[in-house]
Write a protein that binds this ligand. Structure first.
Ligand code: ZN
Ligand code: ZN
Length: 264
């Protein structure tokens, strides 16, 4: 009798699954297409279409540890020539994905339209890697944005990203220690809109520590790692300058970006 019930239950579950997939076919969580080549991991039930899957490039661990620049296996973990000539203030730089294809589309949908569904899906897929990078005792510090730009867009992307990661790892976010310098608070343009040289000049004095940072640090154990968090690493200058300012706290500083621009 029990065996018969079990068979009936399995059969009805299978029927319901096939009906629901006919009535509500799976759409790709990244591009929204009804692609027949939808690829699904049977264990996690996570999947996307073949076209998106093909366009996602995970950043290799074969890289210069300091700046995160991909390196051949024989030269990894570096330091690369540039870091040898001029060591960076951060101990490590880690990025999850190359800024292209479905990852670039996910970031643009989030930053320009406020739609974080694709980004959240990518973060969810990368959860085991994220759990491996961060520790629950670490403190995440979003790259501060000029107030004028924040007021204009109503969003603070590095802070939003930091909160999403902190919720996964169970660590803290701190946006009180690192600040944008007062003369930059009124800038409403994007760093990326500037030429290389102007960008470097602009970033040199972009960040400051809060006036009362020593008091704020009293609440944090001295051996806690600080992670500067940004959404996209383009030249690495933003993370470098933010890390340099933060290194004055004497905490070990690390840098993280969700995506990294890769030059072929
Ligand atoms: Zn897709
Ligand atoms: Zn390097």
């Amino acid at each position: 009798m029990l065996a018969m019930f079990k068979t009936m239950f399995t059969l009805s579950t299978k029927l319901l699954t096939s009906w629901s997939e006919t009535l509500f076919p799976r759409t790709c969580p990244l591009c929204g297409s009804l692609d027949e080549s939808y690829i699904c991991d049977p264990t996690t039930q996570q999947g996307c279409c073949a076209k998106c899957k093909q366009s996602i490039q995970v950043i290799s661990k074969l890289a210069c540890k300091q700046c995160g620049k991909p390196l051949p296996a024989s030269l990894s973990p570096g330091p690369c020539g540039r870091c040898l000539r001029k060591p960076l203030p951060q101990h490590e730089t880690i990025s999850l994905f190359a800024y292209k294809g479905a990852v670039r589309d996910a970031l643009l949908a989030w930053k320009l339209q406020g739609d974080s569904r694709a980004l959240d899906w990518l973060l969810d897929v990368a959860k085991p890697v994220i759990a491996d990078i961060f520790d629950k005792h670490d403190v995440l510090i979003p790259v501060p944005m000029p107030l004028a730009r924040m007021r204009k867009s109503g969003l603070h992307h590095s802070a939003d990203l930091s909160l999403k990661i902190a919720a996964m790892v169970g660590c803290k976010v701190n946006w009180q220690i690192l600040r944008r310098s007062p003369e930059q608070q009124t800038q409403s343009f994007r760093q990326s809109a500037l030429s290389g040289l102007a960008r470097q000049r602009n970033l040199r004095k972009a960040f400051v520590l809060a006036n009362d940072y020593t008091t704020k640090l009293e609440a944090i154990e001295s051996n806690v790692k600080f992670w500067v968090i940004d959404d996209i690493l383009t030249t690495g200058a933003t993370l470098r300058h933010a890390s340099l300012t933060l290194s004055r706290t004497k905490h070990a500083v690390f840098a993280f970006s969700f995506a990294r621009a890769i030059r072929n």
